[in-house]
Ligand binder design. Structure first.
Ligand code: 3H9
Length: 707
């Protein structure tokens, strides 16, 4: 391996280059190399200034996350930063790409900073359950002002050096960056430039803070990030920056950073960071598999889902043809899309010109023949196998022979749909989550005959359109919706057994999901679930349990279809989305329970949580063992990005392994089987669970097919 840090000389300027692909993270060899190079350049009388730059696609992206949790290896980052800050001559950090976390903290210890156009900087540690632990909480407010720094550190957002982060850099330089930085430094030295330390600056905005300012900030943080540790610790550090001398502020930061580092939340978020990247790797898909360029996309179905998918691709610069069966149907779909863009503009999230350019990329069509130019066709009509097969048969004839044909089905058999096309190797499932232009998950369903090239293209495409792609095998509901079934089933059964809807949902939202299962059912439409149950019951796919879905089926019969009719499990005031308990539903459930011979009782919060989440996890284990998911962490990614499972719990399988314990899960499944009966197999432990517990194995290490 080549040296990760080089020291060269250029007319009296020492140029230190970090070259440590892929992102120049501050691993031990980089820290050691930097320390030595800085000390050498500082001692060298012939050197009047130092430029610190990076090779490759980006400036330093932060500490090396893979080193977290391992024994500390010298030199510490603090020592490197100290050497930079005390070099005794000007040190210019030359930023390009992204300067993140420890990378930005390092740059802020240099006396000056210059950047290539388009460079972004940020302190994203909060996304890892951490806070910037190398002076970022004390130095950024000195450069950006208190409020802007607080916002940047709490959100972890990247800021452009041309606008929001202008205060961080001394100049934005055109041309080859290192050369430009050397020239800039030489020019400044000629004008008498001397080293400067950010620590010696005041904190703009900290002068006349009203009393109770930080208490108000803390209250807001608790509201917006309930249950999370790092954001409150960040506020404490920023309060220290605003009120204490620099060194004391650093002490506060050091203590708080160590607390965050020890927290299970940080471990969970680090797990997700790597899980998200791991998901893109498919063991039996060769890395060198060629991919196709996707410029034009045709979306069939201009409903909510199709419209969202069309927006997704238009936002990512692709030309989109939106197809439905009639001109009026496409027009309606386009109107909704236009309304969405206009709303984004009025909320300041998008400028008018960008919004209209995106809208202009979507061309309406009312004939399937309009797919003929597309590189990728995505079918997003309603869940009806026969209809989808008919469309795919036609696509087999009308689409370009090299076009990828995708179905957005959320439950149906992708292989059966693929077969209808006559070219199943070109077919794949692309399961978007509603609203498709917002939710980050994309389940990529690999059919029995899907070609490697098609899969590789879709994995790359997911990234290009800002989604996290997770590969799933073919089964009912794929990874996410299959796991959802037991969760929804138990919520319905507990209603029948006497638990109040708002209590069930409350337990789940307290746990950290954005919505409980019953409110979610109301939002999705009770008729939707009822229709799916009816079909599955007809196909013999449901247990012969009269209690299964009984409450929701009754509500559907009564026309209580959820939010859209103002009544579902809850009641909604005209035009409001606020769910209110409905005594009518309580009475209806009580009478239904009596009809079905179900006794009602008090159900405590612990039982509610376990009965909702343990079947979900248990099904996840089956999915893993069957090889539907490639690894446990893929399932975590699905649930965090597709269903709002709290990221700081790491996803359902990380949570069960780290916070609950597999032996406890097994014990409770057995207990519920005894207490509630197990006639329909609801509580039968997944074989993988029994095995892992018996052998003391770890879920995180398990791979399908391994023992
Ligand atoms: C920190 O700095 C703490 C300090 O405050 C205090 C210390 C005392 N470490 O995302 P990509 C790997 S905390 C190790 O696909 P992109 C990544 O796993 C850190 N590895 O590329 C992947 O590996 P693989 C604060 C890292 O172009 C490969 O690089 N910083 C790190 O889409 C490519 O990554 C952050 O949180 C790392 N820090 O995006 C920044 N970063 O190829 C985290 C990446 O094997 N990083 N890898 O799958 C990012 O946000 C993005 O990676 C970045 C590039 C925007 C830089």
């Amino acid at each position: 391996m080549s040296d990760p840090v080089r020291l060269e000389h250029c007319h009296g300027i020492a140029v230190i280059t970090v070259d440590h692909p892929p992102v120049n993270a501050l691993s031990q060899p980089v820290r050691a190399g930097l320390l030595e190079a800085v000390q050498t350049a500082a001692r060298d009388q012939a050197v009047s200034g130092i430029v610190l730059a990076c090779a490759g696609r980006t400036f330093i992206a932060g500490a090396d996350i893979t080193e977290f949790g391992r024994p500390h290896a010298e030199p510490s980052l603090a020592r490197v930063l100290d050497a930079l800050e005390h070099a005794g001559k000007p040190v210019v950090a030359a930023l390009h790409g992204t300067a993140l976390g420890g990378g930005l903290e390092l740059a802020m210890c240099c006396s000056h900073r210059v950047a290539a156009p388009g460079t972004r900087v940020g302190l994203p540690e909060v996304k890892l359950g951490l806070l910037p632990g190398a002076g970022g909480t004390q130095r950024l407010p000195r450069l950006l002002g208190l409020d802007a720094a607080l916002e940047a550190i709490l959100t972890g957002r990247m800021l452009k050096v041309e606008d929001e982060a202008a205060g961080v850099v001394d100049a934005v330089l055109e041309g080859e960056l290192t050369e430009a930085a050397v020239a800039w430094l030489q020019g400044q030295l000629a004008e008498g430039l001397t080293p400067r330390r950010v620590r010696e600056l005041g904190v703009p905005g900290a002068e006349a803070l009203p009393s109770g300012h930080f208490d108000a900030v803390r209250a807001q943080v608790v509201r917006e990030a309930p249950g999370q540790v790092a954001p409150l610790q960040i506020v404490a550090c920023l309060e220290a920056a605003a009120t204490l001398p620099f060194e004391q502020g650093m002490n506060v930061e050091r203590e708080r950073f160590a607390e965050c580092m020890r927290s299970p939340q940080s471990r969970a978020l680090q797990h997700l960071f790597f899980a998200e990247r791991e998901a893109a790797k498919v063991p039996d898909l060769p890395r060198e598999t060629p991919t196709r360029v996707i410029r034009r996309v045709a979306v069939i179905g201009a409903g909510t889902m199709g419209g969202g998918i069309a927006m997704c691709f238009a936002n990512a610069g692709r030309e989109v043809t939106l197809i439905d069966t009639s001109e009026s149907a496409v027009r309606r779909g386009l109107d909704v899309i236009e309304g969405n863009y206009r709303r984004s503009v009025s909320r300041g999230r998008l400028d008018e010109a960008t919004a209209m350019a995106r809208l202009a990329r979507i061309t309406p069509a009312d004939q399937l023949a309009a797919v003929s130019e597309a590189d990728l066709v995505i079918e997003a009509v309603y869940e009806d196998l026969v209809l989808k097969q008919r469309i795919f048969a036609e696509l087999g004839e009308r689409a370009r022979p090299d076009a990828i044909l995708a179905t957005n089905t959320s439950t149906l058999d992708v292989d059966a749909i693929a077969a209808a096309s006559g070219a199943p190797e070109r077919v794949i499932g692309l399961h978007f989550f509603s609203p498709a232009n917002v939710m980050r998950l994309l389940e990529i369903v690999r059919g029995r005959e899907t070609a490697d090239e098609v899969l590789a293209t879709c994995l790359r495409l997911a990234r290009e359109i800002g989604k996290v792609g997770v590969v799933s095998g073919v089964c009912y509901g794929f990874i996410g919706n299959r796991m959802l079934e037991g969760y929804g089933r138990e919520a319905g059964l507990m209603l029948l057994e006497g638990a109040a809807a708002e209590r069930i949902d409350g337990v789940i939202t307290d746990f950290g999901l954005p919505m409980g299962p019953l409110a979610m059912g109301d939002l999705a439409g009770i008729d939707v679930g009822a229709r799916v149950r009816a079909e599955r019951r007809g196909a013999g796919m449901l247990p012969a349990d009269p209690r299964y879905g009984a409450v929701h089926d009754r509500l559907a019969d009564l026309g209580r279809l959820g939010q859209k009719t103002g009544r579902g499990v809850y009641r909604y005031a005209e035009g409001s989305r606020r769910a209110q308990p409905d005594p009518e539903v309580t009475a209806l459930i009580a009478s239904l329970a009596e009809d079905l011979g179900v006794g009602q009782r008090e159900i405590d919060d612990k039982e509610i949580l376990e009965r909702c989440l343990f079947p979900l996890v248990n099904e996840g284990l089956r999915i893993l063992e069957e090889g539907i998911a490639l690894r446990a962490s893929d399932i975590d990614v699905v649930w965090v990005y597709g269903y709002g499972f709290p990221a700081w719990r790491g996803g359902p399988l990380h949570w069960i392994e780290e916070a609950v314990g597999l032996p406890y899960l097994l014990e409770r499944l057995r207990l519920y089987a005894t207490l509630l009966g197990n006639e329909y197999g609801y509580w039968t432990p997944a074989p993988l669970l029994e095995r892992l517990v018996a052998e003391g194995g770890r879920l995180a290490d398990y791979r399908p097919g391994s023992r």
